[in-house]
Design a protein around this ligand. Structure first.
Ligand SMILES: C[S@@+](CC[C@H](N)C(=O)[O-])C[C@H]1O[C@@H](n2cnc3c(N)ncnc32)[C@H](O)[C@@H]1O
Length: 251
């Protein structure tokens, strides 16, 4: 077992090396290289060490840089930001948090949800922009087993089916009686939507298009999400008459 380093620069360097090796490798060569470069860059590490420990994450730094630059950073651009626009960069990193939303997760949720008593009320704790609350609106393709969503313009999610859970019957009525989430980004807010886009990694093909199509679907009929700004009580909208219930958290 290795203990966290007492030296904040060494601690941040270790976190960036770990991110490069275990998270970015195989998904984003650009962010793998960038994280390794940060781990060896004293000025950028010193900038990170000036932030609270929970605000030093690679995902947060890279998304904040992309937010300010309008494109993913390389190590040179990061160095310039950390030197010349230090306060701005720190402000974005302190104000924002990592909140990805991958609608394709719904393709793995749907077969399980379809096994439960219907109709469902879906509560998501940690909903980001609430895009994985739109399970019934997306269409699915499980290797030729196709299921049409209630919004034909919403993304088609392709998934390789393996394992014992049966695929849902395409003829079954899929209706969510209620849905809600908390701690959200506001899907109608251009700045929040841009932040979600900034959290995508360069090299992850298909994600930007899927995210844009899911945001458009959510804007056509936004899922109720609550908790913005301060803790709030969440209520499952339209849950009356629900035959069952389901909840999930992805932190
Ligand atoms: C990785 S994102 C996943 C978003 C979404 N659930 C999905 O699967 O695409 C994790 C989310 O959980 C939220 N979160 C983390 N801890 C939380 C907590 N204690 N209470 C509520 N939300 C939390 C974060 O703000 C973020 O939106």
């Amino acid at each position: 077992m290795s203990l966290p380093s007492q030296d904040p620069l060494a601690g941040a360097a270790g976190e960036y090396r770990r991110f490069a090796r275990l998270e970015a490798r195989g998904h984003s060569p650009a962010y793998e290289a960038l994280a390794m470069a940060v781990a060896a860059d004293r000025p950028v590490l010193a900038f990170l060490a000036s932030l609270p420990p929970g605000k030093r994450q690679p995902n947060l730094l890279f998304a904040a840089a992309r937010y300010l630059l309008g494109e993913p950073a390389d190590i040179g651009a990061l160095r310039r930001l950390a030197a010349g626009r230090r306060d701005e960069l720190a402000r974005v990193m302190r104000a924002r948090r990592t909140q990805t939303n991958e609608p394709a997760r719904c393709a793995t949720l749907l077969p399980v949800l379809a096994q439960l008593p219907q109709p469902l009320a879906l509560l998501e704790v940690g909903a980001s922009a609430g895009l994985t609350l739109l399970v019934d609106r997306y269409s699915y393709d499980y290797g030729g087993h196709k299921i049409a969503g209630t919004d034909p313009a919403a993304p088609l999610l392709a998934c390789q089916a393996r394992g014992p859970v049966p695929l849902p019957d395409p003829r079954a009525q899929r209706r969510l009686a209620g849905r809600a989430g908390r701690q959200p980004l506001d899907v109608a807010d251009a700045d929040d939507a841009r932040w979600l886009e900034c959290l995508l990694w360069p090299g992850e093909h298909g994600r930007a298009e899927r995210l844009a199509a899911a945001i458009a679907a959510a804007r056509r009929d936004p899922p109720p999400v609550c908790g913005r700004g301060r803790p709030a009580r969440c209520r499952l909208a339209g849950q009356r008459g629900a035959g069952g219930g389901a909840g999930r958290h992805a932190a």
